[in-house]
Design a binder for this molecule. Structure first.
Ligand code: ARG
Length: 398
């Protein structure tokens, strides 16, 4: 009697690492490999599917995850104001839990024994994917070939050549990842934090110095914290983000050069391009200044930080995130209105805002004749407001 071969579902990008992983898993785990490729905005699924079969996959599953990414991950993160360490809009970090979800689904559908991925042992992504898969498909084994095989890039190329794998020799200078929310680049020359990122580290944005001399203006419409239209044209989320990536990228907006704290304890220099995300976060924050009270804004800012850390640290599929979503959802019920932004040589500046139900009130704010504020009431307010301080000073001294 022959025992059935193992079945492994591999997260497959079509790059060198995961292409080498297909024969490596077949040989080292005596397994059939089912690849799973997910389009989060930047992927040619059919080409990658063909390549999966060419490197020896038994089956090749492809998924268009773009709408789900936007509706279930990017919009909640935007509404929450989630930006890691004040800089990073979390593109890669938001894509991983969705990849984990699809991997878990495919593993279940194919009754697979294991899920494999191409992450290294030094990054955050291994944690995000494995924590996600093990939450959604408990009992499935997790395999990270790159952590195990001890091959460097040249070894991988030789390994591929020995097996006649049809892999185009790419000479990537950086390690990159991209989805609708942004592009991440690391390694190579970027590892020296003193060195300015070379121009070729950027692909989505023009150098701000080379951007048009004339500013562009763009108006974003939000409904309950979700962007729904640009310049009066209603758009679905995927189209809206693609459009803003183009537009803001052409004005050099969204370049981020950051030394960040990884979950695994390493500091790492990362270069990001997130034109749409940077623009939308700025616009969304501006609309909140019109519609949230001071107290709401203050607590929400704290939640934003907690939310960003949770996303970065791979804890998307937790009750803690769902609880924060419930809070954020409640804060967004009046975050509807329009924001006008000026794009010019790498800067995006909010220059106009209007809300459907603003807290901003002209009659209260104006210094003109239309002023409705009762100036005489200020005196009594200040008396009482300063009372505890005066009392303490009198009774206890400075
Ligand atoms: N440092 C970022 C993060 O952890 C991006 C990682 C991107 N991965 C890559 N292979 N370049 O979210």
């Amino acid at each position: 009697m022959t025992t059935a071969r193992k079945k492994i579902v591999l997260a497959y990008s079509g790059g060198l690492d995961t292409s080498v992983a297909v024969p490596w898993l077949r040989e080292n785990y005596d397994a059939d490999v089912i690849t799973c490729t997910i389009d989060l905005g930047m992927v040619d699924l059919e080409t990658i599917r063909q390549r999966a079969f060419a490197v020896g996959a038994t089956d090749a599953v492809t998924v268009d995850g773009r709408e789900t990414l936007v509706d279930e991950f990017l919009w909640p993160a935007l509404r929450a104001g989630a930006i890691y360490e004040g800089q990073y809009p979390l593109a890669t970090a938001l894509g991983r839990p969705l990849i984990a979800r699809y991997l878990a689904d495919v593993a279940r559908q194919h009754d697979a024994d294991a899920v494999a991925h191409g992450c290294t042992g030094k990054g955050n992504d291994q944690v995000r994917i494995e924590v996600g898969v093990s939450a959604l498909a408990p009992g499935v084994e997790l395999i990270a070939p790159i952590r195990e095989w001890g091959m460097n890039r040249e070894d991988e190329v030789l390994y591929a050549r020995d097996r006649n794998l049809p892999i185009a020799p790419s000479n990537n200078k950086y390690s990159t990842d991209e989805n609708l929310w942004g592009r991440s680049a690391e390694a190579g020359e970027l590892e020296d934090p003193w060195v300015e990122p070379p121009e070729d580290a950027y692909e989505w944005t023009v150098n701000p110095g080379a951007a048009p001399d004339e500013p562009a203006y763009v108006e974003i419409r939000f409904e309950e914290g979700v962007p729904t239209a640009v310049d009066g044209e209603t758009m679905g989320g995927v189209a809206l983000i693609n459009h803003l990536n183009e537009l803001a990228g052409a004005h050099g907006i969204g370049r981020i050069d950051h030394v960040e704290n990884r979950l695994v304890g390493i500091k790492s220099r990362e270069v990001y391009e997130s034109p749409a995300a940077v623009l939308l976060h700025d616009a969304h924050r501006a609309l909140e200044t019109m519609t949230l009270s001071r107290d709401q804004s203050r607590l929400k800012e704290r939640i934003a930080q907690e939310y960003a850390e949770l996303v970065y640290n791979g804890l998307w599929d937790t009750a803690h995130r769902r609880d924060m979503d419930a809070y954020v959802d409640s804060t967004q019920r009046h975050v509807s209105g329009d924001i006008r932004v000026r794009l010019h040589k790498g800067s995006c500046v909010v220059v106009g805002r209007t809300a459907d139900r603003p807290l901003y009130n002209y009659g209260l704010a104006t210094y003109d004749r239309a002023d409705e504020f009762d100036h005489t009431a200020a005196k009594g307010f200040i008396d009482i407001y300063g009372l505890p301080g005066r009392t303490q000073r009198r009774q206890q001294g400075g």
